[in-house]
Design a protein around this ligand. Structure first.
Ligand code: SF4
Length: 316
């Protein structure tokens, strides 16, 4: 086992006029080097915030983050610079993070210049060309601007920028959500090829379970800032236990006309993540909720090796 990243009891709270918003609440997991952890949940469940805390775009409220065995929860500016090389992020909408006045080559070369990691002009141009080739961008688009390209190519620029510093871990935040289905498959295949060739470790954040099915080794399901289920990807699709996971899975369309599946529509109010009350946060929407669920928070328990669930109803 070669654990590259460990997150222990991570919390991220925000102050709001109504009280503390518990965006990430006591999340713990480990990732082995070269593997992918899919993180899924509805919009607002805290999955993107967690990714941003891990790469230090946001500061943790509490808990610990270890990278290659070192505590990186609080870092000084020199340590943060080093961490930026090791951990990168790919965003959902690369367009908004790309300067529209810069050409593709300039955008891809920008991290190299910021971190001064090239020997001379010739080395810089060679590195930019290599990065373009790695992500499947033709040389001819090098002098074009982001608005002249489709979403898939713009995401390739985002991936090339993330790869420029040769990171070990990449947090992919909904990287294919804004793309057409055919382009989604191309970008997912590119990410998987890069992982095979460069031994990258991914945290893949998405609201769409079908997207992470083939790319993830493990999947972590989040609901209102908390982990509700985590296990290997195959186990999640074949032997899922948490009522929320079941509802998420039932929403995935099946591409066959002769297969019927009941889509569980979640009813009930989503409870507030601001100063959350004791009890299961899913209780107002859970068809199996009992009195206990409304008063006692379920603990995350390992029901079999590697399979964790937080639900009073699930015992094995
Ligand atoms: Fe539903 Fe209760 Fe389980 Fe929460 S603890 S998911 S409310 S059965």
């Amino acid at each position: 086992m070669d654990t590259i990243l460990e997150v222990k009891n991570l919390k991220k709270y925000f102050d709001t006029p109504g009280g503390k918003l518990h965006a990430v609440d006591d999340v713990s997991f480990t990732i082995e080097r070269g593997k992918t952890l899919g993180v899924v949940g509805e919009s607002g469940c805290g999955k993107s915030t967690m990714g941003r805390v891990i790469v230090h775009l946001l500061e943790a409220t509490d808990g610990k983050i270890f990278f290659e065995g070192n505590d990186i929860t609080r870092v000084n500016s020199a340590e943060l610079k080093k961490l930026r090389n090791d951990m990168q992020m790919i965003f959902q909408d690369p367009y908004s993070s790309l300067d529209p006045r810069m050409t593709v080559r300039d955008l891809i070369g920008e991290p190299l210049k910021t971190h001064k990691i090239f020997k001379n002009k010739e080395d810089y141009e060679k590195r930019v060309s290599e990065l373009m080739e790695t992500v499947g961008l033709a040389e001819r688009v090098g002098l074009q601007y982001p608005h002249e390209l489709d979403g898939g190519r713009r995401q390739r620029i985002g991936i090339a920028r993330a790869l420029a510093l040769e990171p070990k871990v990449i947090v992919c935040d909904e990287p294919v959500s804004a793309l057409d289905v055919s382009i989604q498959a191309q970008i997912l295949n590119l990410l998987m090829d890069l992982q095979d060739n460069q031994g990258l470790t991914y945290i893949f954040v998405t609201h769409d379970l079908s997207v992470v099915k083939h790319i993830s080794d493990d999947i972590l399901v989040m609901y209102l800032g908390q982990m509700v289920e985590k296990c290997p990807s195959k186990e999640l699709f074949e032997n899922n236990k948490h009522p929320y996971t079941k509802a998420l899975l039932s929403a995935i369309p099946i591409p066959a006309v002769d297969v019927e599946r009941k889509h569980e529509i979640l009813k009930g109010e989503i409870s507030s993540p601001i100063n959350p009350k004791p009890g299961c946060r899913f209780a107002p929407r859970c068809p199996y909720a009992t009195e206990k669920c409304h008063s006692q928070s379920p603990e995350l328990r390992e029901i079999k090796p590697g399979h964790f669930v937080a639900c009073h109803m699930v015992t094995e």
